[in-house]
Design a protein around this ligand. Structure first.
Ligand code: CA
Length: 419
């Protein structure tokens, strides 16, 4: 383990081993690329302007107001830049940053406004947790086989709406839509009454592929920059009425919240583990030399308006791990491009809701409350099945194991506001 000359609290998500990338601004200044370190952000534009990346990266890639040009540059450049940042921040490393006056390069994270870090051309959402797919199958199609016949053969997914992806902390307006209660003769239009979350992780792509040329599963590492947290907010009543036969639409597209920092695959390497066994064996194009699962601990916290007023801390309502996802990121990317479709730098591919098999490990309220039948008891006596106005949901993710420094993803928060 190396140490930074900058003080980093032991419980921080952002030690020198992490160095995740994001885009920030301070007051009215322009957006800049930055890297989180402890309680600070290292301003990559300022480092580029100082010329300290000149031997490893073209300046303009890190002077851009979004990550897309840097993402397009590929793994060799990513590694060289991250290596340089690590040297500049490491105790006993490259002295230039320290000697030049760190105050010119470092910003307090609490002062910064974070932004969606890249222009997201396309957004795909998978359905890769077998526990989640089984639970939703039981709830949505109670009289049929829970898992549809294709599920174990391919990573099921759909194209989502990239323009409504929002950054941590953006309020989420309760969507209106068509809903039809099971016993009603006709649908009605109005605010969703079954507003839910989906705890997911997503990966961000680097260099893309040419139209008509799939990305091989074994090449996925060169095309995936890193991971972040995703809350795929879902209006279950709108979804249940609209989803057949073409899949999710307005019940999903009103908002998707992401965490601000992209944690690189290199930083996650110590936490890379074998995924669950796959049976039947995947077809050849879905075979990726592993390991490809990530041991990321995940939690969901809920704080109601009343809890906030009374100063009550958010309550953890779910705790799970991403390592048991059935389909991994290499398989997802290979499948998404298997027909020759294009992935571009900055595209987002989300995992699908991450649920475990034990009680309290599910990544959505519809599962945690079993379709609203078992309310969650809050610390102040309130009950929740689906989200009410004023509720705030926070997703968190982190990695820890003996012998390695803990790294984390920060948070993806969203407060529900009325329609
Ligand atoms: Ca989803």
């Amino acid at each position: 383990m190396s140490e930074s000359w900058l003080p980093v609290p032991i419980e921080s998500d952002f030690p020198i081993e992490n160095l995740p990338f994001g885009v920030f601004s301070v007051e009215r200044a322009l957006r800049r690329i930055g890297v989180a370190i402890g309680e600070k952000i290292l301003d990559c534009r300022a480092v580029a302007d100082a010329g300290w990346f000149d031997d490893c990266c073209e300046r303009e890639l890190l002077e851009a107001p979004e990550l897309n040009p840097f993402l397009a540059a590929g793994q060799t450049v990513w590694r060289a830049v991250r290596g340089r940042l690590s040297e500049l921040l490491r105790a006993g490393g490259d002295p230039r940053l320290r000697d030049a006056g760190p105050e010119h390069f470092l910003i307090d994270r609490v002062r910064a406004t974070m932004h969606v870090p890249m222009e997201i051309g396309d957004y795909v959402d998978f359905y890769s947790s077998i526990e989640h797919a089984t639970n939703l199958g039981r709830l949505f199609r109670p009289n049929a086989e829970a898992l549809l016949p294709n599920w174990r053969w391919l990573p099921v997914g759909y194209h989502g709406r990239s323009s409504t992806i929002v950054i941590d902390g953006t309020p989420v307006r309760r969507p209106c839509g068509q809903r039809k209660p099971p016993n009603a003769a006709v649908p009605e239009f109005g605010p969703s009454r079954r507003l839910d979350i989906e705890l997911e992780m997503g990966f961000v792509t680097g260099p893309g592929n040419a139209l008509g040329t799939p990305i091989a599963a074994d090449d996925a590492r060169e095309h995936i920059f890193g991971l972040l947290l995703v809350n795929d907010w879902s209006a279950r009543d709108i979804q249940a009425w609209e989803y057949q036969p073409l899949g999710p639409f307005l019940g999903k597209s009103f908002a998707t919240t992401i965490s601000p920092w992209i944690v690189t695959l290199d930083a996650l390497e110590p936490f890379c583990v074998e995924g669950p066994p796959q049976e039947p064996a995947p077809l050849d194009y879905l075979r990726a030399g592993g390991p490809w699962a990530y041991d990321v601990q995940l939690s969901v916290e809920l704080q109601t308006a009343r809890m906030r007023e009374h100063g009550d801390a958010p309550q953890q309502i779910s705790r799970t791990n991403a390592r048991d996802l059935y389909w991994n990121v290499a398989q997802q990317l290979a499948h998404a491009t298997a027909n020759g479709a294009v992935a571009r730098p900055g595209d987002l591919f989300a995992s699908g809701t991450i649920s475990g098999s034990e009680p309290g490990t599910q990544g959505s309220l519809i599962e945690l409350t079993w379709n609203g039948e078992r309310a969650i008891e809050m610390s102040d006596g309130e009950k929740r099945t689906f989200l009410e106005d004023g509720d705030e949901v926070t997703l968190r993710g982190w990695c820890e194991k003996p012998g390695a420094r803990r790294i984390g993803f920060g948070a993806a928060r969203g407060l529900i506001v009325s329609s």
